[in-house]
Design a protein. Structure first.
Length: 195
């Protein structure tokens, strides 16, 4: 399997790092684009440099390299994940404003009907953000926000990150260590309760 991973300048750089490491373990070939905004968040939120993150991927590209192979529909791949996805990048995808390599690769995914998974991060979400996300979803992209989950009994931030990475991997049929939801017990039995 071959996937494009785009990192943009929303909070959550560590989610992308964990995803890239997991994809490497799974022998998935990764093609990485890091925006300038993402370079800032990598430095701000992790103890890594953008170059360290680039090294986890099989191939990495400059965000201005609009001439790269992945800018073309003729580059065969199995889909793209944008994690984390800023509201600026969401807006660019929603209107087809492909002025950097990440946006162009996403635009190509939509036009070629390939799987596009967006992990948008902002809070609160404005009407503009919601409208743009709906536009992208209407074009077939999967919106997988990094929401907190509690049913898996997380005790650390790492648990939360693993869970969202698992949700992303699921979209491509890839295995994860995510704890699936298991109904614990039926709390009340309406027939017995009626007796
Ligand atoms: C530390 C930091 C955290 C940010 N977090 C977010 C965020 O969570 N969501 C968002 O939409 N923008 C966030 N931004 C703003 C984006 O980085 C900014 O809009 C940038 O232009 C996005 O460009 P890009 O999508 O090309 O990376 C953040 C910026 C910084 C410096």
């Amino acid at each position: 399997m071959r996937l494009i991973v785009g990192m943009s300048g929303a909070s959550g750089a560590m989610i992308a790092v964990r995803l890239l490491r997991r994809l490497r373990e799974l022998n998935v070939e990764t093609h990485l684009i890091i925006t300038r905004g993402a370079e800032l968040t990598i430095r701000h939120e992790t103890d890594l440099e953008p170059s360290d993150v680039r090294r986890i991927a099989d191939q990495s590209y400059e965000v201005d390299d609009i001439d790269a192979a992945i800018a073309s529909g003729s580059f065969a791949h199995d889909g793209m994940i944008i994690v984390p996805c800023s509201m600026k990048t969401v807006a660019g995808i929603a209107v087809g404003y492909a002025d950097n390599l990440l946006l162009r690769a996403a635009d190509v995914c939509i036009k070629e009907n390939r799987r596009l998974v967006i992990v948008p991060r902002e809070v609160p979400l404005s009407r503009i953000h919601l409208r743009n996300l709906k536009e992208i979803a209407d074009c077939g992209a999967l919106i997988v926000p990094p929401m907190l989950t509690f049913y898996n009994a997380p005790t650390t931030l790492d648990d939360q990150i693993d869970h969202i990475v698992g949700k992303i991997l699921m979209q491509f049929g890839l295995p994860s260590s995510m704890t699936p939801w298991t109904p614990s017990k039926i709390l009340s039995d309406p027939i017995k309760d009626a007796d």
